[in-house]
Write a protein that binds this ligand. Structure first.
Ligand SMILES: Cc1cc2nc3c(=O)[nH]c(=O)nc-3n(C[C@H](O)[C@H](O)[C@H](O)COP(=O)(O)OP(=O)(O)OC[C@H]3O[C@@H](n4cnc5c(N)ncnc54)[C@H](O)[C@@H]3O)c2cc1C
Length: 462
């Protein structure tokens, strides 16, 4: 019997239904790659777990057989996170999709890791609540916690970390731990909940999450405003943020990106750098802030401005924004999208947006800029032909230059997508002096270095 056959046999004995352990080519291929330019690799075996005990037994088998385990949620992460670099087991959590409890009076919920954000938001809506983190994709909450995801609404509600009150997780080897409580705050010891959020599947497999919910706002408006150039749009971003208005989303698209969405979604937007600014809260607060917003924007000489109060019109615009990844790809079918993800202090947005466009042009690449402007998060979507070595090298050089620019402005190499395998070098440039400490933390959780190896930090030479 080969080592893989022995592994598969042990895994089949570890789950209640052996058909959830599969070595079929199509299942392995589905768990081999993400949506981006990163080259995929098939796992040896895919396991669909249905509860914490199964996750524990799978990690125990992996430990005995010394094979790698890569947790898999919805597979929407963008830095090669789900690629099983050392093959082994791809552990799919999507069938762990029960909303275990919803406490409307506490505005909290406890869910299994495979519940998706829209599934939770639909359940919460019955109580006038919603789950506020919105990365666009309908990702699993376990995967979103693992990447410390954010998205359009982080300007108001923050990223995943502040939403997560407690976790149940399984350590390599199979030990089940519980961190945090249902209370809204705690100072009880080291913040292991906060450490596991953002650990990108390298420290533990999250099996359950206790999450905060938010009340659905009474009123919402969406202002679409365009400017003569991207730098002016950046200046407008800083003045709106520093005015402290009831902004719940603020997105920026450069001219290239507006052209892409016009072509893809027949959006009919004026082809200038554009901001989408959502205000939400009580009707009185939104009305008052809308008047202030108009005044603030006027000072930046907008080339066009429309405020939508009709929910259908707002939903249409947000749909266009959420489909932007596919609009980008449609600009040059066949090319892969390499999405960069730097974040700078908001006061640096004007300079960072201008520099992003200049760097794109200097590198001679097809790329557009989009960003969660309200919290200084900029994505440059670079279209690359993965068979064209020169184009791939220029895309890599552009990514590095954008990271260097962000670091020079006091920012970070990743605002939300995480490190995965695509940003390991960038993390070393940003926090080189902390890599040893991070490796030591990883060793405490995962002494055999079996959980998602090759991601976030390199294994030190033993
Ligand atoms: C069109 C599009 C737009 C996007 N926009 C944004 C955005 O605006 N903001 C943003 O933050 N992200 C964005 N993303 C990225 C993506 O949605 C997030 O990274 C998401 O949080 C990943 O969740 P997932 O369920 O798909 O996890 P996966 O991609 O399956 O996994 C992500 C990582 O987490 C690990 N993991 C998964 N589940 C668990 C678990 N239960 N326990 C431990 N580790 C686990 C995996 O091993 C992997 O390392 C976007 C993606 C797409 C495709």
């Amino acid at each position: 019997m080969s080592a893989t056959e022995a592994l598969v046999e042990a895994l089949r004995a570890a789950v209640s239904d052996p058909s959830r352990v599969t070595t079929g080519d199509s299942e392995r291929r589905l768990h081999s790659e993400d949506l981006t330019y990163h080259a995929g690799r098939d796992p040896d075996v895919v396991v669909y777990a249905v509860d914490t005990q199964e996750v524990s037994r799978v990690l125990s088998v992996a430990d005995e057989h010394e094979v790698a385990v890569t947790p898999f949620g919805a597979g929407t992460s963008l830095e090669g996170h789900v690629i099983p670099l050392q093959r082994g087991i791809s552990l799919d959590l999507t069938r762990m999709n029960d909303i275990i409890s919803l406490w409307p009076s506490d505005m909290t919920a406890r869910v299994q890791a495979g519940v998706t954000r829209l599934q939770l938001t639909r359940a919460a809506a019955e109580h006038g609540l919603f789950f506020p983190v919105d990365p666009g994709a309908d990702a699993t909450l376990g995967g979103m916690a693992a990447t410390n995801a954010s998205g359009t609404t982080a300007v108001r509600y923050g990223k995943m970390r502040p939403q997560v009150l407690a976790l149940e997780a399984v350590l390599p080897g199979g030990r089940v731990i519980r961190t945090g409580t249902r209370a809204l705050k705690s100072s009880a010891g080291y913040d292991l909940t906060g450490l596991l959020v953002g650990s990108e599947g390298t420290l533990a497999v999250i099996t359950e999450l206790t999450l905060r919910l938010q009340p659905i706002p009474e009123a919402t408006t969406l202002t679409r405003v365009s400017f003569a150039d991207i730098e002016t749009a950046g200046e407008a971003i800083s003045s709106v943020v520093s005015a402290g208005l009831a902004v719940s989303r603020m997105e920026v698209l450069d001219e290239w990106m507006v052209r892409a969405v016009n072509n893809f979604a027949d959006a009919g937007l004026p082809e200038d750098p554009t901001l989408l600014i959502e205000l939400s809260g009580s009707r009185a607060a939104v009305d008052a802030d809308l008047a202030d917003l108009s005044e603030l924007l006027a000072a930046h000489a907008p080339t066009g401005r429309v405020t939508e109060t009709d929910p259908t019109a707002q939903t249409r615009l947000w749909r266009i924004r959420h489909d932007i990844y596919f609009a980008e790809k449609a600009v040059s079918p066949g090319r892969e999208n390499r999405s960069t993800d730097v974040c700078v202090p908001v006061s640096e947005m004007a300079g960072a947006l201008r520099a992003s466009r200049e760097l794109i042009d200097q590198h001679g690449l097809q790329a557009g800029i989009v960003g969660h402007a309200g919290d200084g998060n900029i994505h440059v979507a670079i279209l690359t032909d993965t068979d064209d070595e020169d184009e791939m090298a220029r895309a890599r050089a552009l990514t590095d230059a954008l990271v260097d620019d962000a670091l020079a402005r006091g920012g970070t190499c990743t605002g939300e997508h995480g490190v995965g395998l695509g940003k390991i070098d960038a993390l070393e440039r940003e926090h080189g002096d902390l890599i040893g400490l991070m490796q030591a933390v990883k060793r405490v959780f995962d002494p055999k270095w079996l959980l998602d190896p090759g991601k976030v930090i390199a294994k030190p030479h033993d």
